[in-house]
Design a protein. Sequence first.
Length: 181
Amino acid sequence: MHKKPVLVVIDVQKGFLDEKWGNSNNPECESNIKKLLNMWREADHPIVLVRHDSVSSDSPLRPGQEGNDFQDGVDGKHDLLITKSVNSAFYGTPSLNEWLKQNSYSELYICGITTNHCCETTTRMAGNLGYEVKFVLDATRTFDFKDISGNLVYAESVYQMTATNLNGEFAEIMMTSEVNL
């Protein structure tokens, strides 16, 4: 297995800047993602960019519109671009799992938007597939949600619950400042 860790950057698209999503936590998310991208590019480590191509006609992430584009500073040198229309990057095209295996990569650092959807789902699958996963929490963000009773659950609570759910079972939770290549 290669010692080079792979950075997986999930769905950092302009459409997530749309007001339709509501209140978000962690305003430093995109800045931290750019720090990670710079670290990986300087070290010449592999980078996977993942783009959500929504099939919903009213989604700002639908292909053919500006919201589908990566946010400024995210696109750049990368080793693999995956497009997907579901939560997990492992169900995108081309196959993330096949690419990782072909290149003998075993260590993944996951970041992106949203914490509790595509980032968490990809992390759970990566852990189940046997990869060593680091979930860079402060390089993710999410939005407020309503629970099944209609009560508001603040984005920060959703964010912390994802970290709680993943830690130790599927991934090691860390912050950008703790990443040491």
